[in-house]
Design a protein around this ligand. Sequence first.
Ligand SMILES: [Zn+2]
Length: 183
Amino acid sequence: MAVAEAYPTIAPGDHKAFMEHALDAARRAPSGPDKFCVGACLVDEDTGKILSTGYSLELPSDRPGDPGRVHAEHCCFVKIADQHGVEETRIGDVLPTNTVLYTTMEPCNSRLTGNKPCVERILGLSGAIKTIYVGIREPDTFKVVNSGQHRLEKAGIRMVFVEGEGLQDRILEVSMTGHGKKQ
Ligand SMILES: [Zn+2]
């Protein structure tokens, strides 16, 4: 866990390439009918340096004081916090000024399990992330209507959908791995 992962640097602004990186992470997520396989990465938008990468359930779900499945975005935050020895809510102190989040699926806004949704975690970073690049909207598989974009935009955080040839289809396919239909 303590071993620092090596992340590539991608040309700044190559949103599709960063999204492909997040999608590669999503492919490593354990699949099942009751969850989505999501990947995410935090990026220094000025340099293109990837700061951390995460995927659904990558980290153990028994973090002290914060039980429950760890979503991809949350995983990215935890890794930065651990790396710098700061609280998750304080990672804005150690992140570059223009840090952006790429995630294959829009951040969750409510969780059936009662865990803190990723939208709230992002809002809790006090402006450390001002832009979120998103692959696809959250499917309504779990009867969730995600109104997170509105909440984020009210707080001045942009949500930008990254379009690419076949990109959305591939993200959806990976997201729904293990759901037992399609494919
Ligand atoms: Zn989430």
